[in-house]
Design a protein around this ligand. Structure first.
Ligand SMILES: [Fe+2]
Length: 221
């Protein structure tokens, strides 16, 4: 290969987008019954893809090009709305795909189950609180289960693509479970019935992944 051609190949490699979607860990139709295939396909391949792509455009030529997504989220108050929206959008969706699964009846770890019962009274009370956080979110946003700086669980909700890792949110923490309540997450199947979507999502919740994220969050305290 001539030097110029080699240079072009190397340049192309180094100009590859920094943030990319990880492959969806199941088929678009794997969650049918709770989330339909068309919603999953549009959500992942259009909305999710756009957040990654637009984040790369928004940080092009800025110091954030060399930062991790966690670092970028921690300094959103100093960054543009485009970075805030797309960094949040990219992080939130990458988390969202992993906390869903076609595997039936996954269970929280004993440690997480105990913490949920101690914090919220019972698993049912927790689910109710989480669903209420999603249902009460006016417009678009997310409902979260997070770990705060003292290692305690808490439920919160954020508008748009904000999340508890951002320095601009009131309730800060490390999210371990996030439910997307944008209409693009449910409207094809559920139309205006957001509560039905919030109820069905527990059928495809990946408690193994949430438990792993809980352990990871505690280990960083
Ligand atoms: Fe979404």
């Amino acid at each position: 290969m001539k030097i110029a051609a080699l240079g072009a190949v190397l340049a192309a490699q180094f100009t590859l987008a920094q943030f990319k979607q990880t492959p969806l860990p199941y088929a678009y139709n794997a969650l049918e019954g709770s989330i339909d295939a068309q919603t999953m396909e549009i959500h992942y391949s259009k909305h999710g893809a756009a957040y990654a792509s637009n984040l790369n455009k928004a940080i092009a030529g800025t110091p954030q090009e060399k930062e991790t997504i966690i670092k970028i989220l921690s300094e959103t108050s100093k960054l543009s709305p485009a970075v805030r929206n797309n960094a949040g959008g990219h992080y939130n969706h990458e988390l969202f795909w992993t906390i869903l699964t076609p595997e039936k009846n996954t269970q929280p770890s004993a440690k997480l189950a105990k913490a949920i019962t101690e914090t919220f009274g019972s698993m049912d009370a927790f689910k109710e609180k989480m669903s209420k956080a999603g249902a009460d979110r006016f417009g678009s946003g997310w409902a979260w289960l997070s770990v705060d700086k003292n290692g305690k669980l808490f439920v919160s909700s954020t508008p748009n693509q904000d999340n508890p890792l951002m320095d601009i949110v009131e309730e800060k923490g490390t999210p371990i479970l996030g439910i997307d309540v944008w209409e693009h997450a449910y409207y094809l199947k559920y139309q205006n019935k957001r509560a039905d979507y919030l109820s069905a999502i527990w059928n495809v919740l990946n408690w193994k992944e949430v438990s792993k994220r809980y352990d990871d969050a505690l280990s960083k305290k």
